[in-house]
Design a protein around this ligand. Sequence first.
Ligand code: ADP
Ligand code: MG
Length: 212
Amino acid sequence: MRSILVVNPKGGCGKTTLATNLASYYAVWGVPTALVDYDPQRSSLDWLEARPDKYEPITGIAGHAAKLHLPHGTKRVIYDVPSRSVVEKIVKMMTHADAVVIPVLPSPIDIRAAAQFIGEFVSKGHLRQRKKLIGFVANRVRENTIIYHELEKFLGGIDIPFVTTLRDTQNYVHAARRGAGIFEMGASRVEKDLEQWRPLINWIEGKRVSTR
Ligand SMILES: Nc1ncnc2c1ncn2[C@@H]1O[C@H](COP(=O)(O)OP(=O)(O)O)[C@@H](O)[C@H]1O
Ligand SMILES: [Mg+2]
């Protein structure tokens, strides 16, 4: 089993979008997948509720339950970690993670927030051991914009892998409305998006499964 955390204390950067699309990716491939929503706003669980039966099943779990009951045979667990989570809580959740994905938007506010989050992480001594787990994803990108180049420069300057860039497209919005992921949309429409997801999937799947 592998656990993948999607985190960033900043709201609106794409945590739920990444978590639900990752779950959809594994579901499409028939991998028994659970989606754990720690956010009181329950966006990931709402997405699952909108998901029609014709799609491959994903187990939805409210993360606030005292104990998580993952169905027997679950192979991938994706955690949608709420915005405004404090570093200590995130670090605690990371203890059992095989990969930690941090989406960041190309915006001055989001770049500053990410810098502050990573800065706090480093200053509290959390980065060293956990560095191998973490990867950045630039989300909602419009290439050839100054702010994207600033984000690229920021992510490139941190000693954490910059795994991929996802473009700003209504494909994510349409998929979310239908309780689907882009992996469940017409291939020609999402061709570019599938290409952008490939490095993220490879990065997650290439990780050594932690022994515990
Ligand atoms: N790559 C993208 N392209 C277009 N819209 C996106 C993209 N990623 C996220 N969004 C939209 O941005 C909004 C915030 O994303 P969301 O995943 O809910 O962020 P978070 O869970 O971090 O608060 C949502 O309306 C979502 O549909
Ligand atoms: Mg969310």
